[in-house]
Design a protein around this ligand. Structure first.
Ligand code: AMP
Length: 411
């Protein structure tokens, strides 16, 4: 199937061509036709599947014939709600790319940055607004945003919205829009509460399911290291030094953990950056850009900050902590191994996290290969060995440190 078969108009086809896309992804093939027919849809798809274009292209097509001249007062006709600032900015960037041969103007608003420049753009008028819930409600309360003309309402990453406690805000925003509108709900998973939300705000939605959420891409090789909790930092340094080639996105469960690890890596001479909810937006964006552009090889993140972020050419994902939700594991490691590249997912598991691994393995229906030959095994019986290698920073280590030949155990 080609983009032409999807009956997209010429200015969009030109923009798609300029983006280098040759054919629509599965979610685009399935979602674009019903969205063009103005149907409500509920789409289960993860980041990396091309889901942003799946809603952005038909929205732009719908608005194309109605677009105002560039300088006339524009009214907001499409509203996209995103749980995180980075995702909002990424979605708006996509809209801008696809709308490059039109007069349609998009803009993203989110917290953590000053409100005045956002108000200035809103006053000039835009067609498409991408927003995080808090900043949207704030600006609406101050009368800078009028939602009376919304024709399409999109909820992106709805399950994360739920996890972050935004559902009441989302319902509030939905009620501020006209009743007669098209609603599109995108979510990596569709838990019961999202079903409930969907049934309250969508009308006869078409269901589209492109990715069974428990599947792990074939192009990702997974490896698990059992290690005592207190030695995780040492193993992490060892792996960064000896095993991990290319760039790496390291996940930690908490903001505190992210900061602590960043300090340790900096102290050990690594250029590491981090993103999490307590950092201001400009620092988050700078860190992300540096990582995406290849200036920094290590980015440490919490799940919430990194969710939905699309990073081309990510070589490694590193789970410093094992996530306590199997779905989170799939989301994390799905960042790598994209677009035909081979990716590697490394995970460190301490004794208290063993049950999480069991749940993950049941969920993905795969037993994660375990690397036993490393210097900090969980098994206390493993004998420490002394290194003779000249210049090695590791004078002492456990069995396996420095050994070239590594055995992999497949459970
Ligand atoms: P998304 O799932 O929307 O975050 O998109 C993931 C990545 O796929 C982005 O970098 C898009 O630019 C890219 N993309 C979207 N649609 C296509 C397509 N049809 N062909 C190739 N790449 C695409």
């Amino acid at each position: 199937m080609s983009f032409k078969d999807l009956k997209l108009i010429k200015p969009l086809l030109r923009a798609i061509d300029a983006s280098g896309y040759t054919e629509p992804t599965l979610v685009q093939q399935k979602a674009i036709p019903p969205i063009l027919e103005q149907k409500d849809v509920i789409v289960s798809a993860q980041t990396g599947t091309g889901k942003t274009a799946a809603f952005a292209l038909p929205i732009l097509q719908h608005l194309f014939d109605k677009q105002d001249a560039p300088k006339r007062g524009k009214k907001i006709k499409a509203l996209i709600i995103s749980p995180t600032r980075e995702l909002a900015s990424q979605i708006q960037h996509n809209f801008k790319t696809y709308a490059q041969f039109s007069n349609l103007r998009s803009f993203a608003i989110f917290g953590g940055t000053s409100i005045e420049p956002q108000v200035d753009v809103l006053k000039k008028g835009i067609d498409i607004l991408v927003a995080t819930p808090g900043r949207l409600l704030d600006l609406h309360k101050q009368d800078y945003i009028n939602l009376d003309h919304i024709e399409t309402f999109v909820l992106d990453e709805a399950d994360l919205m739920l996890a972050m406690g935004f559902i009441d805000d989302v319902k509030k925003i939905e009620r501020l829009c006209p009743e007669q509108k098209q609603t599109l709900l995108f979510s990596a998973t569709i838990p019961y509460k999202i079903e409930l939300l969907a049934s309250s705000i969508l009308k006869n939605p078409e269901r589209i399911d492109v990715t069974p959420t428990h599947s792990v891409a074939k192009d990702i090789s997974q490896v698990l290291y059992y290690v005592p909790k207190r030695r995780k930092i040492e193993l992490c340094l060892h792996l960064l030094r000896n095993e991990i080639k290319g760039n790496v996105l390291i996940f930690r469960r908490t903001k505190f953990g992210v900061n602590k690890l960043e300090q340790s890596l900096l102290k050990n001479g690594y250029k590491a950056d981090s993103i999490h909810g307590d950092k201001n937006q400009s620092d988050r964006q700078t860190a992300l850009n540096k990582f995406k552009n290849g200036y920094a090889k290590i980015l440490i993140a919490t799940d919430v900050a990194a969710r939905g972020i699309d990073i081309d050419q990510l070589d490694n994902v590193f789970n410093f902590d094992i996530p306590n939700q199997a779905e989170t594991y799939v989301h994390r490691i799905g960042r790598t191994g994209r677009a035909g590249n081979i990716g590697k997912a490394h995970s460190m598991c301490s004794a208290d996290e063993k049950s999480y691994v069991k749940t993950i393995e049941q969920y993905i229906n795969v037993q994660i290969p375990v690397e036993t030959e490393h210097p900090y095994p969980l098994d206390p019986k493993a004998k420490p060995i002394v290194h003779k290698k000249k210049g090695s920073k590791y004078k002492k280590g456990r069995k396996g440190e420095g050994s070239k030949k590594k055995k992999k155990r497949w459970y």
